[in-house]
Design a protein around this ligand. Structure first.
Ligand code: NI
Length: 188
């Protein structure tokens, strides 16, 4: 997958390698052919590297909002405004995938004290009940008491939300969170 952003002047090219957990090989290549932080008109070229479609668009925003956005980009060490805009678009598209009920992927993070009564047994039971959607697990012994568990999940959003609810119902858990991701199949 390639996304090429073309602006006014050629400054640099960046290649980002982003394997997606639990999805096998996933790569994102971004070539920044030019960067102009003060130009709000730019081209985005997308495709598979063979048949790329070129799209040019411009945006008009409140000056204060742009300044806030630029300050955030700088804080996040994002190399260009174009990449930041692209990231926002993809993040919005992932949220849409979850709302639409398409197949999605993500990770559930658990932290618990394994000494707590029956907690390991209960968590294992939930995971066996939901084995279709849980594609991988990783268990890290953080210290003498605490365990960190990461469950890579793939399936319909409703299935994944149900797993999170079942896990949250287990008494004694210190932390449960969901990183709602994507299979990447519908994103460029
Ligand atoms: Ni452990």
């Amino acid at each position: 997958m390639y996304i090429i952003v073309i602006g006014v002047s050629t400054l640099q090219a960046v290649r980002i390698h982003a394997p997606q957990a639990g999805l096998g090989l996933g790569y994102l290549n971004i070539a920044l052919v030019s960067i102009n932080h003060y130009c709000n008109s730019f081209y985005i070229k997308t495709g598979d590297g063979e048949n790329m479609a070129l799209m040019r668009f411009s945006v008009s925003l409140d000056e204060g909002l742009v300044r806030q956005f630029d300050a955030k980009i700088k804080m996040d060490r994002c190399p260009t405004r174009s990449k930041a805009v692209g990231d926002l678009i993809r993040s919005s598209l992932v949220q849409t995938e979850w709302r639409a009920g398409d197949e999605v992927a993500g990770a559930i993070v658990l932290v618990y004290d394994h000494h707590k009564r029956d907690i390991v047994k209960k968590l294992t039971n939930v995971q066996h009940d939901c084995h279709d959607a849980i594609i991988s697990t990783q268990h890290i012994h953080l210290d003498h008491d605490n365990c960190l568990e990461i469950l890579a999940v793939r399936g319909k959003p409703g299935e994944i939300d149900a797993i999170v609810k079942c896990l949250k119902a287990v008494k004694g858990l210190k932390h449960v969170s969901l990183a709602a991701g994507t299979t990447g199949e519908r994103l460029l």
